[in-house]
Write a protein that binds this ligand. Structure first.
Ligand code: PRP
Ligand code: URA
Length: 213
């Protein structure tokens, strides 16, 4: 819970905090950065999936026949915001191997910080799915808000957003724009700088995941 908002979950798990510290170090290389983003996505996903529906099915154990729970309910879709969100997909797929994956391409204008869409392809029957939008960084909030706008315009309803690091301003803007969306954050950082980068942050997540500059 954050500011009394039950839809906002800021992770307090020591493993996540430790892994985010490794991501922050400027000397952490691409290979390690990628695998830690994947691990954090899995840990955040574990929390975000806590409210999945279950149904009982009959199972023959070596001892007896028993009614045992399996996951039921809506089919999942994972939607990374390109590029950096791609780094979180494999972690969530480990938890939900049958999930469909959509993609939303957005880039932030370097001067206005406004998001621009260049690609959007979502799984079929998006209105009936449990949707997990992923992006490591929530800075001004513009990209996440725009991505969720697109998904809602295409019928998406049950939406959860996962990020590794958020800035307070972006988190508050996202929660205000989409009060129905559940938000899972690895760490809430201090602030944005004049270039709308998160401080202390980890730099440009896309460049660090893909080894570009
Ligand atoms: C980064 C990040 C988010 C966005 C966050 O992407 O991955 O999508 O910035 O900033 P915001 O909250 O202010 O919108 P970027 O636009 O740099 O694109 P990239 O992933 O292709 O590098
Ligand atoms: N996007 C990033 O990749 N990093 C930031 O700090 C802000 C936006």
């Amino acid at each position: 819970m954050y500011n009394g908002n039950v839809n906002i979950n800021i992770c307090d798990h020591p493993l996540v905090k430790h892994k985010i510290t490794i991501l922050r170090k400027k000397d952490t290389g691409t290979n390690e950065f990628r695998s830690i983003v994947e691990e954090i996505a899995m840990l955040l996903g574990y929390e975000a999936l806590r409210d999945l529906d279950l149904e009982d099915v009959e199972v023959e154990t070596p001892i007896e026949t028993a009614m045992c729970p399996v996951i039921a309910g809506k089919k999942p879709a994972i939607v990374p915001i390109l590029r950096a969100g791609l780094g979180m997909v494999s972690g969530l797929l480990k938890l939900m191997p049958a999930a469909k994956v959509g993609h939303i391409g957005l880039y932030r204008d370097e001067e206005t910080f406004e998001p621009h869409e260049y690609y959007c392809k979502l799984p079929t029957a998006i209105d009936q799915r449990k949707i997990f939008v992923v992006d490591p960084m929530l800075a001004t909030g513009g990209s996440a808000i725009a991505a969720i706008d697109f998904i809602k315009q295409r019928g998406g309803k049950d939406i959860t957003f996962l990020c590794v690091i958020a800035a307070p301003v972006g988190l508050e803007k996202l929660a205000e724009a989409h009060p129905d969306v559940k938000i899972f954050v690895g760490n809430l950082d201090r602030e944005l700088n004049e270039r709308a980068y998160i401080c202390p942050g980890l730099g440009d997540a896309g460049d660090r995941i893909f080894g570009t500059k």
